[in-house]
Design a protein around this ligand. Sequence first.
Ligand SMILES: O=C(CO)COP(=O)(O)O
Length: 144
Amino acid sequence: MERKCIALVAHDARKRDLITWIGAHLRSLSGHIFYATGTTGGRVKEAFPDLDVTPLKSGPLGGDQQIGAMIAEGRVDLLVFFVDPMTAQPHDVDVKALTRLATLYNVPFACNEATADMVVSSPLFTDSYRPRPVDFRSYEGRQL
Ligand SMILES: O=C(CO)COP(=O)(O)O
């Protein structure tokens, strides 16, 4: 099995949902490599000590930006980010930057449980699927 690099993030009101979701898909998720924002990663490690989880900084302290940087470097195969749309976040700009980079780099991005269910159930999740790389040549070669 090819080990995918999966980034995990959950806002506070969604952390429990993320843990439940991981538990429901443990068989599909075991064996992959996880990076997570700090608090989310701590909770995931506590609940599933056998998963290979690296917690980064907490989201409001730069963790979303760290995952964004990993995406820009081509190091993330899937972003599972359980977003809380009902609570204002002090680091909203970081959240926007992360979701923008996932969109820009054509990284599969599940922002809620139903999407995450579909992603891990997809046959593409278990084969060596690679999203089409985005071609930035026209941007990089633009005349200024
Ligand atoms: O705020 C977050 C994402 O925007 C999540 O960060 P924590 O996992 O550190 O709570």
